[in-house]
Design a protein around this ligand. Structure first.
Ligand code: F6P
Length: 529
């Protein structure tokens, strides 16, 4: 399979994407698809019919249909942890029963949603002015990303997100907050994460320092209700979720509470509905009409087949500023693995490095490399047809024009002759013209895709997030890996806990490598000055 694709790649790389459009005036329609109101255009890539068929063959070979059914029906597909993967149940608003080990999980999911809504209404109707979500990774990135994304829908208390164990994070957040009107949400699936528990303790000390009772000031979101109870948060203020909700897939349930408080229960339900609509599409559409499948396959063509090691996610939507960070965890923690489910080494590369920034800011920073650097960076553009600022339509039109211009420029490039003509117009001549012209050449033929949606509403955001979740799933199934564990984060955590006492001076650095000892010495020299 991979050999077929590598052979196809050899021919494809020599072809210009522009020529594919010239050869087929229906290319745009044939290499794009609409689902749940979103349009995904992958026509500005080297993919042709033969390549697409070979990519789709990967899904058959990997048994995607069976794996997808297994996921949606609660089989323990997270095999290294022996767990089901059912974040889709959290948005299964009007769906039927979902069984895990013979038990329907939906009554509990819906009951928790009701309890969350009751609390959100209570908080929104109270004197709480600020909500601080304390969490990290999946217990932070989803709600933080969505809170920024849905700013026009936020009509509740202000939300803040503290994640880093760096005291600067909580100190900067607490400065200016009123302890009498601030609510803290301790969001941690395990309720043991060192960063989160340290920040939560600091928040509690801050309230006590200000002489404010901590009663009713904390809410816990966790799978570990017992630990939340021991920490002092009563069950009535604790929202639990099962271990079949992975941290980076958890914003649909209790971890989304801060978002629900910000946009209101109706807005949050719209977000869930959007996710559910994408689930239905993913479950039922044929592979070549299936958006998560195609999004994954286009990515794999660029990464596993052509060898492009990174992918830029470029939302022309300022409110999606945190989306690249959110996707970094979703994609890289899920598919950054080196062995397949059975422990064998992967025969192809795992997922790419995902990075990005909102356009147009990126244009004035790193696009230089994307256009003229020696490495090819496949770009994933995103843009809404309509903004939320009716008085500033001209801004939005400019934004859209910039987004479309970038994908066009990446594809077309600028030839040496065109560059020479530009220099000649400027009055350059001879060697100087030639030299200057070479700097103005754009090789072009650089692939990009565009995801375009009507407007960034809660429902559309739900669709986008679910789309990316399923993309990760498809990629993971084809790679044969477990997208739902994260053993690669463990070693650093273990070493950090053994280094804690070394940094404070309570334990010796003996036995550590020379570099670590030298760094510790530097810290000791300066930390108490
Ligand atoms: O360190 C990685 C990780 O386990 C993520 O997978 C998770 O989202 C994050 O830490 C936070 O974990 P928790 O919600 O248990 O605090």
């Amino acid at each position: 399979m991979w050999d077929d694709l590598h052979a196809l790649a050899k021919t494809a790389e020599r072809r210009r994407i522009e020529d594919l459009f010239a050869e087929n005036d229906k290319r745009a329609g044939e290499f794009s698809l609409t689902a749940a109101g979103l349009l995904f255009d992958y026509s500005k890539t080297q993919i042709d019919e033969q390549i697409r068929a070979a990519l789709i063959a990967l899904t058959d070979a990997a048994g995607l249909d069976a794996r997808r059914t297994a996921m949606f029906t609660g089989a323990a597909i997270n095999e290294t942890e022996g767990r089901a993967v059912l974040h889709t149940a959290l948005r299964n608003l009007d769906g039927g029963a979902v069984h895990v080990d013979g038990e329907d999980v939906m009554p509990e999911v819906l009951e928790t949603l009701d309890r969350m809504e009751a609390l959100a209404r209570e908080v929104r109707g109270s004197d709480v002015t600020d909500v601080v979500n304390i969490g990290i990774g999946g217990s932070d990135l989803g709600p933080a990303m969505a809170y920024t994304a849905l700013a026009p829908y936020c009509d509740g208390p202000r939300c803040h997100f503290v994640s880093n164990v760096d005291g600067a994070d909580i100190a900067d957040t607490l400065r200016g907050l009123d302890p009498e009107t601030t609510l803290f949400i301790v969001a941690s699936k395990t309720f043991t994460t060192i960063e989160t528990m340290t920040n939560a303790r600091t928040a509690r000390a801050w309230l006590m320092d200000k002489g404010v009772s901590t009663d009713g000031r904390f809410v816990a979101l966790s799978s570990n209700k017992a630990a939340a109870g021991e920490w002092g948060i009563p069950e009535s203020r604790t929202f639990g979720f099962a271990d079949w909700v992975g941290g980076r897939y958890s914003m649909w349930g209790p971890i989304g509470l801060s978002l629900m408080i910000a946009i209101g229960p109706e807005g949050f339900r719209a977000f869930l509905r959007g996710g559910q609509e994408m689930d239905r599409h993913f479950e039922t559409a044929l592979p070549h009409q299936n958006m998560p499948v195609l999004l994954a396959l286009v990515g794999m063509w660029h990464n596993q087949v052509l060898g492009h090691a990174t992918r830029a996610v470029l939302p022309y939507d300022n409110r999606l500023a945190r989306l690249p960070a959110y996707l970094q965890q979703l994609e890289m923690e899920s598919n950054g693995k080196r062995v397949s489910m059975d422990g064998a080494d992967l025969s192809v590369n795992s997922g790419p490095v995902v990075w990005g920034e909102p356009g147009t800011n990126g244009q004035h920073a790193f696009y230089q490399l994307i256009h003229q650097g020696t490495r090819i960076v496949p770009c994933e553009f995103m843009v809404a047809a309509k903004g939320h600022e009716p008085d500033l339509r001209h801004h939005h039109d400019l934004l859209v024009a910039n987004c479309l211009a970038q994908s066009e420029a990446l594809m077309r490039g600028r030839s040496l002759d065109e560059a020479r003509a530009i220099m000649a117009d400027k009055g350059a001549e001879g060697d100087e013209l030639e030299r200057q012209a070479r700097h103005r050449v754009f090789p072009g033929n650089r692939p990009s895709t565009t995801l375009i949606y009507p407007q960034l509403t809660p429902e559309i955001l739900g669709k986008i997030v679910a789309l990316y979740e399923h993309r990760v799933f498809v990629e993971g199934v084809i790679l044969g890996i477990n997208s739902f564990d994260q053993w690669g984060v463990e070693l650093g955590k273990e070493l950090a806990s053994s280094l804690g006492p070394v940094v404070t001076g309570e334990a010796s650095a003996e036995g550590k490598d020379g570099s670590t000892r030298q760094l510790v010495e530097f810290v000791h020299l300066h930390r108490d000055r």
